[in-house]
Design a protein around this ligand. Structure first.
Ligand code: ADP
Length: 237
């Protein structure tokens, strides 16, 4: 059973449709990259997947027991986040907020999860440091640990490597890939980085208001639309 199934969804802002008649699905342990030009509707789709913007038409069906508040989300970096005046531990722990419901305190399980994920991402030594003093790559690891605290099944990442240098970028992609392969957590990633997309993705959704292509990464590489987009890859990087 698919974790997410989008059936003929349309999404609009004040009556203006920006995503139209879009269908695709995300299976367990899939690694789906969403690609497309600026303004093609990628961030809007992410908002709908998170339940922040209801589709005007069609349905988003969550399966395999996935709940909307159990999607581990790593947002695009904003300046506000970069200056967040909290410790690494507090930022990671705040990933448990969604599943906390109305409990006023973090539980022992919440704290255990936070430590587990800090260890998994090799940031346990940074735990007392202030988030805003970290390097870009360390910040992304912290936000990834935070996202992992929120989910067992699905990570949703919106252009996660923007602003990182090439070596740190490659390390970050390898980390995501390891989490996907070892823990079987499905990955949905909005990406501008075509080369890395093709290195890691199992599935591609090429968006241009609707799906120009949805299917396996291998089929995308063989498709006309895929070949045209990949040839122009350097313009989109
Ligand atoms: P992408 O993430 O692929 O760059 P977006 O989802 O941000 O694309 O934008 C898709 C379209 O929706 C664009 O035409 C954009 O101008 C429009 N749009 C995005 N956000 C809003 C908003 N809050 N209000 C009105 N229009 C929006």
């Amino acid at each position: 059973m698919a974790l997410i199934k989008c059936e003929n969804i349309s999404i609009a802002y004040e009556g203006q449709t920006v995503v139209h008649d879009l269908s695709f699905e995300v299976g367990q342990a899939d690694y789906l990259c969403i690609i497309g030009e600026n303004g093609s509707g990628k961030s809007t789709l992410v908002k709908s997947l998170l339940g922040l913007k209801a589709p005007a038409k069609g349905k988003i069906i969550l399966g395999d027991g996935l709940k909307q508040n159990e999607i581990g989300y790593l947002p695009q970096q904003t300046d506000v986040q970069k200056d967040f005046p909290a410790s690494v531990y507090e930022v990671v722990l705040s990933g448990r907020l969604n599943s906390r419901g109305f409990r006023p305190f973090y539980t022992a399980t919440d704290k255990e999860k936070a430590r587990e994920n800090m260890e998994l991402l090799g940031i346990q030594d940074l735990e007392r440091q202030c988030f805003r003093d970290l390097s870009g790559g360390q910040k992304q690891r912290v936000l990834l640990a935070r996202a992992l605290c929120a989910t067992k099944k699905l990570l949703l990442l919106d252009e996660p490597v923007t602003g990182l240098d090439p070596i740190v970028t490659q390390e970050f992609y390898q980390l995501i890939n390891e989490i996907n392969k070892k823990s079987g957590i499905a990955v949905v990633m909005v990406s501008h980085d075509i080369e890395s997309t093709m290195a890691y993705a199992s599935h591609i959704l090429h968006l241009q208001e609707t799906a120009l292509f949805f299917g396996s990464a291998m089929d995308y590489q063989r498709s006309e639309i895929g070949q045209a987009f990949l040839r122009g890859g350097e313009h989109h990087a």
